[in-house]
Design a protein around this ligand. Structure first.
Ligand code: SF4
Length: 283
């Protein structure tokens, strides 16, 4: 036996071992079945009561780009009654792994009762998932016993099934806007000055009436009579301006007894501020 032959033998043994390992791992992880097998049907826990049937389906969508939208559950029970039950339901089309929890109606309960007790050894249940558009269907036939066992063994709900096998959607991240309750510095205005009351340069613009243009202050005066006409909406404006004269009560405003009528300027101001113009006066 020469050296070349021994080397080749070792290489062949190693290669065979590698192939066996890869195939074994594939079977263990289910990837062989996923890539080369037919769609995998799972039974899911239903939340729809006695008539509910939960199921999930996943398959290689690249190999079989199909939209499944119909399920048929059928009982074949040739030696007992009922000998046949067939339930067909449509659902919104699914083109990737999905789970559904459907109410199959009273016929499903009838089917379960027919196979539950006494056990019908010869009874078969068939679950068929199909695509009404592409005319593709996959049938899963099993004994009634197996069907009941799969139903009772189901651990996943639709939600947990979808979490594990459903399409993964990327999380959407929204940028957060940085906010502060402290005002940003005022923008540079190219030498322009802000016209605000606290700016001495514009003091004149905010001076009392009659003083803005540097002219004489308007002289105050007395009014001879002031009264309130009906229609006051008790907004408090007048009392805020000159509380010595106006008193706002629950339903209206009144002139205080012996109110001083010497501050005509503020009385006029109150009359002008009255939103319903019910303050009247005589000079
Ligand atoms: S301002 Fe006019 S509406 Fe307002 S409380 Fe005085 S009188 Fe009434």
């Amino acid at each position: 036996m020469n050296l070349q032959f021994i080397t080749m033998s070792i290489a062949v043994v190693l290669a065979a071992g590698l192939v066996v390992t890869v195939v074994g791992l594939n079977f263990l992880t289910g990837s062989v079945e996923f890539f080369f097998g037919r769609p995998k049907l799972s039974f899911l826990r239903s939340r729809r009561g006695k008539n509910g049937f939960g199921f999930g389906l996943r398959w290689n969508t690249t190999k079989e780009p199909t939209t499944f939208d119909t399920i048929k559950v059928a009982l074949y029970n040739p030696f007992a009654k009922p000998s046949q039950i067939e339930i067909i339901r449509s659902f919104s089309g699914k083109s990737s792994a999905f789970g559904e929890d459907l109410d199959l109606g009273p016929k499903f309960l009838e089917l379960l009762e027919a196979i539950s007790f006494p056990k019908k050894v010869s009874a078969k249940v068939m679950v068929e998932l199909s695509s009404s558009k592409e005319g593709i269907n996959h049938q899963y036939e099993m004994t009634s016993e197996k069907f009941l066992q799969l139903m009772s063994d189901s651990e996943h709900t639709v939600e947990s099934y979808m979490e594990q096998y459903g399409p993964k959607t990327e999380k959407v991240y929204y940028p957060t806007v940085k906010k502060s309750f402290v005002a940003d510095p005022l923008p540079v205005t190219g030498g322009k000055k802000l016209k605000i009351a606290v700016n001495p340069e514009f003091a004149g613009a905010f001076a009392p009436a009659g003083a803005a243009d540097g002219g004489e202050t308007v002289e105050n005066f007395s009014v001879s009579k002031v009264w309130i006409e009906p229609g006051c909406i008790v907004c408090d404006a007048c009392e805020t301006i000159i509380p010595e004269v106006f008193e706002v009560q629950d339903a209206t405003c009144v002139i205080r007894p012996n109110a001083p009528l010497t501050d005509g300027l503020r009385i006029v101001e109150a009359a002008e501020a009255c939103p319903v113009e019910v303050i009247k006066f005589d000079k």
